[in-house]
Design a protein around this ligand. Structure first.
Ligand code: PHE
Length: 339
């Protein structure tokens, strides 16, 4: 038995030295010291020993256990520290290396203009509404009182998904969506992307942005529309800005107008921005047609409203003195950094 114990000690120590991982150490512990381990099975044979020998062998077995346990602990400590050293070495950061330069992005000029316009209307108590860009023909045209034979419904002008679904050609369908789901008083603006089947050139793009405005309440008048737009123009373009309304026609407003602002480049005397006119057209507007109100579940005898819609690209181009709309979508940072 003495010999067996001695062998266990030698064998275990030999294996300990070669152990490469904590897991291997654990395996060794189980094999030699575990409940079904070699040391235990030797101790089971103690019954066969003489009473004098028993305490001696018992003592020896305990010593072997104590020594092996100490060795195992020591080996585990060494392995852990070795692993730590290796980890540290592999994670060393070479601080002599130059850092990577991060370039900061900037708000796109269009987004800047949209945000600014939103801010102005939020300040007047408006809320922001949204609608889908892939829109039902019903909301884009029908609910907006645009008859079947209207030129804007031509395939030349509109992208059709199928007979009933189009890429919205303006943000006006959001008017109908809002009126059908909210009760007056309504005061919303609806910024978003719109689509028309246009060839790309310096002033046209098949995708562009509009901001729609809609106010519905008791006793809303054309005077409210003019006052609102004047306030808006002054907030956006400066205190001295004036507006003028020219009679126009939209199927969904009655009466309708095109709205010009006095040129922010020259103040009205004529320059490059206004092409010598002194005025720049920025939006379409009018009193919401009673037909549209009724279609959207609002009683035109009780409520009235005004609506307007402006093209964002137009405003951004003249604002930043950009002469080609295509530059806005070319994604060239050298261009975008300038604004
Ligand atoms: N939807 C019109 C357009 O795209 C603009 C507009 C909106 C006109 C609201 C009047 C009222 O041209």
């Amino acid at each position: 038995m003495r010999e067996q114990l001695e062998n266990i000690k030698i064998q275990a120590e030999k294996e300990l030295v070669n152990a490469q991982s904590i897991q291997e150490l654990e395996n060794i512990r189980v094999r030699f010291l575990g409940k079904k381990g070699e040391l235990t099975s030797v101790l089971r044979g103690m019954g066969a020993l003489s009473p004098e020998e028993r305490p001696v062998i018992g003592q020896m077995a305990n010593d072997v256990r104590a020594i092996l346990e100490a060795r195992l602990d020591e080996a585990a400590r060494q392995l852990a520290s070795k692993e730590r050293q290796e980890k540290l070495a592999s994670e060393v950061i070479d601080i002599s290396m130059p850092g990577r330069k991060r370039s900061f992005g900037k708000k796109h000029p269009l987004t800047q203009v949209i945000d600014e316009i939103k801010e102005i209307f939020l300040g007047m108590g408006y809320q922001i509404a949204e609608g889908p860009e892939i829109e039902l023909d019903y909301y884009n045209f029908e609910a907006m009182n645009i008859p079947k034979n209207h030129p804007s419904r031509d395939v030349q002008d509109t992208f059709y998904i199928d007979d009933n679904v189009v890429l919205r050609t303006h943000t006006s369908p959001v008017q109908a969506r809002v009126m059908k789901t909210q009760k007056p008083p309504i005061r919303v603006i609806c910024p978003g992307r719109v689509y028309r089947s246009d060839e790309v050139d310096a002033t046209h793009s098949p995708v562009f942005h509009q901001i729609e405005g809609l106010v519905v309440d008791k006793g809303v008048t054309m005077g409210d529309l003019v006052g609102t737009l004047k306030e808006f123009a002054r907030a956006l373009l400066g205190e001295n800005t004036n507006i003028r309304l020219r009679p126009h026609h939209f199927p969904f407003t009655e009466p309708s107008a095109e709205v010009d602002v006095s040129c922010w480049g020259c103040g009205g005397s004529g320059c490059r921005i206004c092409k010598g006119e002194g005025w720049v057209e920025i939006l379409g507007a009018g009193m919401v047609s009673p037909k549209v109100l009724r279609e959207c579940g609002i009683n035109p005898y009780e409520f009235s409203g005004f609506a307007f819609g402006m093209g964002v690209e137009r405003i951004a181009l003249s604002r930043f003195n950009i002469d080609d709309m295509r530059l806005l979508t070319e994604n060239d940072v050298r261009f975008l950094k300038q604004f």
